[in-house]
Design a protein around this ligand. Structure first.
Ligand code: EPZ
Length: 417
């Protein structure tokens, strides 16, 4: 098992460039199934999760050509809607393939999908959404799901906002017949980005990025080139790292307008930064940071994927901060690792934690619980006194490309052992 070895409290400075968004690339890969023409995806992040999704497409017959941060996916040879393969069961974004494969074959079989261990991760909303659009869904003991028939349009109100369920139904409804009205949908930037690409290739979609989306099915979606938007979670993670380490760092090739919830929190805490068109610079300082309460919320609220990194920063802020994770029930379990490093955090319940700060963190030997808590552990290691060893870093590689190389370039003493 690979590990990161980090020496803490080394001054960081310089520039770090943001990769393409993992959670946009995963959906672009699914969109390649909508057309027999090859799809070229650029600004493509070759992180582990994306490689896993490409592997699923290859198991059903897609041909993939890899370049430097780009792929071309030819799905003309895909001959089956059978997603029961182990590779497909491993990842949750297999759910995005159902719609396009249904359009091609009229039947899709899928196992219960995997995903991060940050909560139950049910798929009831997907099932009910497909049924609302006219698809027959049978399941045997919740292990195997069979989707039959074609999307004929309909109306569906999401009982809970769901990012990939929104994208899954968008991909299903955009090709074929009928008018689909989706209500209480997610508004994460990756969704308008996907809708924009599809609309440029014959789809008829309105309202993406708002709470309701209307889709008119069209007979065919063409394919072309899809440039992935910058990864707002990676950008936010680097900004929080710079603030916590009191570094002078420019995070470039990002879209600051996707990070306004984080920047608003920085304003509350008193983090000095300069916002430009495609970059944000955090400034070196020795200010006393004020505490702040964060409550994760669907976009444009505070990003749940930045909750763990932000909690590390809050251990360095003066006073008491409440962290309220409203989206997932299993996304605070890294707190005991931080307390072992010297933080003073009370886990009130699966959704709430009270952080007392500032506290001096000391390096420890710890494991990375999931992608984003893994990045939080890296930030903790960079600001702790002494050496931190982080195990299970495959979790971190799932969401951040060549993280150790990029951090060494801004002065961090981090090695992959
Ligand atoms: C997406 O996950 C992201 N993943 C997650 O990022 C992100 O944390 C999450 O959205 C919230 O922003 C991708 O885009 C690949 P949800 P998703 O469906 O779509 C419940 C990362 O680190 N729910 O919006 O799976 C669910 O349990 C990952 O990059 C149901 O109850 O999240 C959760 O409580 C982690 N039934 C809530 O909805 C369903 O059928 C929101 O989950 C579906 C979801």
């Amino acid at each position: 098992m690979a590990q990161f070895k980090i020496q803490g409290q080394i001054p960081l400075s310089g520039k770090i460039s943001v990769s393409g968004a993992k959670n946009a690339a995963l959906k672009a890969i699914a969109a390649s199934l909508l057309s027999p023409q090859p799809l070229k995806i650029t600004n493509f992040p070759f992180v582990h999760d994306v490689r896993s999704m490409l592997a699923v497409l290859e198991t059903i017959g897609a041909r993939i050509t890899r370049g430097d941060h780009e792929v071309t996916i030819d799905t003309s040879n895909v001959a089956s809607g059978n997603l029961l393969d182990a590779a497909a069961r491993k990842i949750r974004t297999t759910t995005l393939l159902i719609g396009p494969l249904l359009h091609r074959f009229g039947e899709v079989q899928m196992g219960f999908p995997g995903g991060c261990v940050i909560g139950r991760r049910p798929i009831d909303i997907f099932i009910n959404g497909y049924r609302a659009l006219g698809v027959q869904v049978d399941e045997d003991d919740g292990e195997r799901f069979i989707f039959k028939g074609k999307v004929t349009g309909g109306e569906f109100f999401f009982p809970q906002v769901s990012v990939t369920a929104t994208e899954s139904l968008l991909l299903a409804a955009c090709v074929g017949v009928g008018r689909t009205i989706l209500k209480n949908v997610a508004m994460e930037p990756e969704i308008p980005a996907l809708a924009e690409y599809l609309s440029a290739h014959n789809a008829k979609i309105s309202g993406a990025g708002t709470a309701s989306i209307i889709i008119e099915g069209v007979p065919e979606i063409t394919a072309g080139e899809y440039k992935i938007i910058p990864d707002r979670v990676e950008a936010g993670s680097f900004l929080i790292m710079a603030a916590a380490a009191r570094a002078e760092l420019i995070v470039e090739n990002c879209q600051p307008e996707h990070l306004e919830s984080l920047l608003a929190t920085f304003d509350q805490i008193g983090v000095p930064y300069t916002r430009r068109q495609t970059s944000v610079a955090v400034h070196k300082n020795d200010r006393t940071f004020a505490s702040a309460n964060i409550k994760t919320h669907e976009y444009p609220g505070f990003i749940t994927d930045l909750q763990a990194p932000m909690t590390v920063f809050l251990t360095q802020c003066q006073g008491q901060s409440l962290v309220h994770e409203t989206i997932f029930e299993g996304r605070l379990f890294y707190i005991d690792l931080l307390n072992r490093m010297g933080a003073n955090i009370l886990l009130c319940d699966p959704h709430r934690a009270l952080v007392q700060g500032p506290s001096r963190l000391r390096g420890k030997i710890i494991d990375s619980p999931d992608i984003r808590a893994g990045m939080a552990m890296v930030i903790a290691g960079l600001i702790a006194r002494g050496e931190t060893i982080i195990g299970n870093i495959e979790q971190i590689d799932r969401g951040y490309e060549a993280l150790d190389e990029r951090l060494r370039r801004i002065g961090a003493e981090i090695t992959r052992v």
